[in-house]
Design a protein around this ligand. Sequence first.
Ligand SMILES: C[S@@+](CC[C@H](N)C(=O)[O-])C[C@H]1O[C@@H](n2cnc3c(N)ncnc32)[C@H](O)[C@@H]1O
Length: 296
Amino acid sequence: MSMPDTAAAPPREDTEFVRFWNEVLAPKFTRFRHVLVGGLTYHSEAVFPKLPVREGDRVLDVGCGWGDTAMKLARIVGPQGEVVGIDCCDAFLADAEADLKKSGLTNLSFLRGDAEVALPEGAFDFAFSRFGTMFFANPVAGLRNMRRALRPGGRMVHIVWRAPADNPWLSMAKEIVLRHLPAPGEDARTCGPGPFSMSDEATVRKMMEVAGYTDIAFERVDAPVRVGDDVEDAIAFQLAIGPAGEVFREAGDLAEVRRPEIEAALAKAIDAQARDADGIVIDSSSWVISARNPGD
Ligand SMILES: C[S@@+](CC[C@H](N)C(=O)[O-])C[C@H]1O[C@@H](n2cnc3c(N)ncnc32)[C@H](O)[C@@H]1O
């Protein structure tokens, strides 16, 4: 496998977005791992049985986070295959490494890297990303790197959120918080273009064509996602992560002053949502996008 030549190149500084993942989002995501992993899993459970992955394949998982999907993929490809999970966030990778040690898997490794900058080239049969590509500030660069990571004829699947209106689990809380706080300014610190940056089918199809893919297909997956164990947990989740969390964080001291009225409004809206055995659930909707690397 040809890896990026890190020995020859001077170390590259992290981008603002990578620093944001490491400095701001990592502790918040880690606190709500119980919500996020369960929440995101439905959107991959529906597609995993259909993924074009076989025993013996070499697979790349981009923006692998805590490594849940990388481990699933490692079990599918078996001991003759190999999976590499890549992520730009040290804390997620440390947790992924700890889980890997316990798993007994010998065909999985994790790499720290920025997929928009470089990925191992030409090495993989299949590239996958569950809710990782939407955070690319330069999506064509990141998607092109993923394509170049594939052998000619190799396939990729990435899962991204559809529009805010189809994802009340994120958009409802933002609308409520915006009734009490100003929208973030242009200088707001963010993790990139945000969770809905790949929601528009026509735009993403064009991005993928420009990145060099063929056989591009979109499949819609609708599913309820878990937003918290109970109302209190769900409020804390919404004020920490995602679009509502961004509004709240950026409002600084004003957010703390208005916290009681915001929490009361959120409590009312969240309490009206459905429940399953694990907690409160709200509707969500994703695109499962598949494509092929025709070769250069
Ligand atoms: C919403 S999380 C999804 C994590 C994981 N795929 C999952 O489904 O549990 C997005 C992940 O993408 C990673 N990420 C964002 N931009 C990235 C980049 N340019 N290169 C590598 N990883 C990136 C973040 O660190 C984070 O772990």
